[in-house]
Design a protein around this ligand. Sequence first.
Ligand SMILES: *Cc1c(COP(=O)(O)O)cnc(C)c1O
Length: 351
Amino acid sequence: MSKFFSSRLSSLEAYVPGEQPKDMAYIKLNTNESPFPPAPAVRNALTEDTVAKLRLYCDPEASRLKAALADSFATDASRVFVSNGSDDILNFAFLAFGEGGVAFPDISYGFYEVFARLHGIAAEKIPLAEDFSITPKDYFAKGKMVCIANPNAPTGMALSLEEVEAIVKSNPDSVVLIDEAYVDFGGESCAALTKKYKNLLCVGTFSKSRSMAGARLGFAVADEALIADLERVKYSTNPYNVNSLTQLLGVLTLENQAYYTENCQRIIEARAYATKALEALGFSVLPSSANFIFAKSDRIGGEALYLALKARGVLVRHFEKPRIADYNRITVGTLADMQALVAAVKDILSQ
Ligand SMILES: *Cc1c(COP(=O)(O)O)cnc(C)c1O
């Protein structure tokens, strides 16, 4: 740390992204990316002409992209926000709506705590139940911003739409942010509920189900006034927050929804296979509505399994944290990826 660093930030602990080792070719099941490439139309979109246009600034309003998103959610473009990945939207939302504090589950996406600290927001971490589920009434009438990943990460467990609505309804004077990064793998989106509740901010991403993690594109759907607040923060930070190539690829992605829906179906099938196969090997696997499973074995510790898998070329995510240190979060890839995972686990357990 330099002597110039703000004292307010001196205790900031940055978010640690999943490792991206380059020493060998891994089966990469550690950052919840899609194993499938973007749709052909997206892969073929970058013509010389498109790239030549990079000399111009991109459309700061992202009009075509917002119109396409609005269409897909049967809503108006004034109720849609886009940004450079959904992490960027979480950052803006904490800054814009977190003044009175924020409540989120103690075991959830690590960035919530980082953004709370970055903005000097008091964070209340609400413990998950014994079975790792979220108890909706713990979030009723909080009198502060509420932030919930649904499905939650790293557990993969989802709240029903009724449960989400009950939380939103009981907090009319604070923003309830529902982070739907994994909703397309079996959750229920609250996007349509934003027409009924002015305090609901529904956040999504193109990084997981839409095979575009590297392009950085996130979106939010909410009441017009909430969207206008986010726009104000965006225009005070970086008006050109979604580059022109990503805007174009985003539109093409939305035009090819059938391709992505089919890929989600394949992930759901591979998830069912992996869950069953690991359970047959004695693992406990939490019920997942996401593109990852959270699993532990009583025959090998979480960190030991993570290291043994890595040595065999399979990368998963281990969190050395209270209550979950015995578990690993395993991204669901193709069926072949999951078969390789199961073979590696069998090999490890037989040693
Ligand atoms: C992956 C993830 C995100 C971030 O996605 P980006 O759009 O790539 O920034 C947000 N929330 C949760 C819970 C995630 O797992």
